[in-house]
Write a protein that binds this ligand. Structure first.
Ligand code: SAM
Length: 285
């Protein structure tokens, strides 16, 4: 079954009365080289299990199932069930769970379905929840080795930016704290049906095995990053004094102790600077 063939997809849709939902970010891949490439470069192989987010008609799901030990996918749109029953019928190593990924306990799925085997995440993410999904996966510290996802080109540039530059956002720090991000390849808008107004990029986040901070320090780290970026044009002392309930003078002295300028803005600090600052804050609490 060739799921990148437009007439095959149209027939499946007509048979099942399916129409695209724009609000669910349903832009399905029709470029035949993209899904095999995501699966291969995302590390799908024998002995590895894959969690997919958002199956669409199952075009990437099939590529993962052909290479991996097991695949479990979470898809919100139950209207896709009869279509997936048909498109995934020749695989006995795939389950689809119909649920909202943001309300699903992914750690429980990984434990139940994959039982300790190496796990990867591969997905063509719905763009309206790209950052929340990535943050959920990272902050829940899932036992995965990597996450390979297609995201809007501009989101990829932000996620893979160097921390301490104007291109970065709060997500850049979280991604770099938990993983080593890299850009894999570009996918143009014509590769989808319907075609979106933006181009896409596939990125891979290799999850770090060890992290330098305790859980308490990590909580402080992300609360100061979030506070700083909520007012990224202001000097850090302002949002930090509000979020840490301290005076500006106290924050300025904390920054100086961590060898940081008291006039610095959120985007001027590297990840290492924030890590040092989080440690100082925890020590001084
Ligand atoms: N993997 C398919 C492909 O590449 O053609 C579909 C990708 S499409 C960009 C995103 C998919 O995510 C859609 O099937 C959509 O229904 C699903 N989706 C949207 N929001 C979701 C959510 N909150 N939880 C799970 N799946 C979701």
């Amino acid at each position: 079954m060739k799921l990148t063939d437009i007439s095959t997809i149209k027939k499946l849709f007509e048979k099942n009365g399916f129409t695209f939902s724009k609000s669910l970010g349903q832009n399905f891949l029709i470029n035949p080289s993209v899904c095999p490439n995501i699966a291969e470069r995302g590390g799908a192989k024998e002995g590895v299990c894959a969690l997919e987010i958002g199956t669409g008609v199952g075009v990437l799901t099939r590529e993962l199932a052909a290479r991996c030990e097991r695949v479990t996918a979470v898809e919100i749109d139950e209207r896709l069930k009869p279509i997936l029953d048909e498109t995934l019928a020749d695989f006995d190593n795939v389950d689809v769970i119909f649920a909202d990924v943001m309300k699903t306990d992914l750690a429980e799925i990984i434990a139940e379905k994959f039982g300790g085997r190496e796990t990867i995440i591969c997905a063509n993410l719905p763009y309206y929840i790209t950052s929340p999904v990535i943050m959920k996966v990272l902050e829940s510290r899932l036992p995965i080795s990597s996450m390979t996802v297609m995201v809007q080109k501009e989101a990829a540039e932000r996620i893979c930016a160097k921390t301490g530059t104007r291109e970065c956002g709060a997500i850049t720090y979280a991604v770099n704290y938990y993983s080593e991000p890299k850009t894999l390849f570009r996918v143009n808008r014509g590769s989808f049906m319907p075609s979106p107004n933006v181009d896409s990029t596939v990125i891979r986040l290799d999850i770090k095995k060890a992290r330098p901070l305790s859980e308490r320090e990590e909580n402080i780290l992300f609360s100061i990053i979030r506070a700083g970026f909520s007012q990224r044009r202001k000097q850090l002392v302002n949002p930090l004094s509000a979020s840490l309930h301290a005076t500006k003078a106290e924050i300025a002295s904390l920054l100086e102790n961590a060898q940081l300028s008291p006039t610095a803005r959120a985007e001027e600090l590297s990840l290492e600077d924030y890590i040092r600052l989080a440690k100082f804050i925890v020590e001084s609490l």
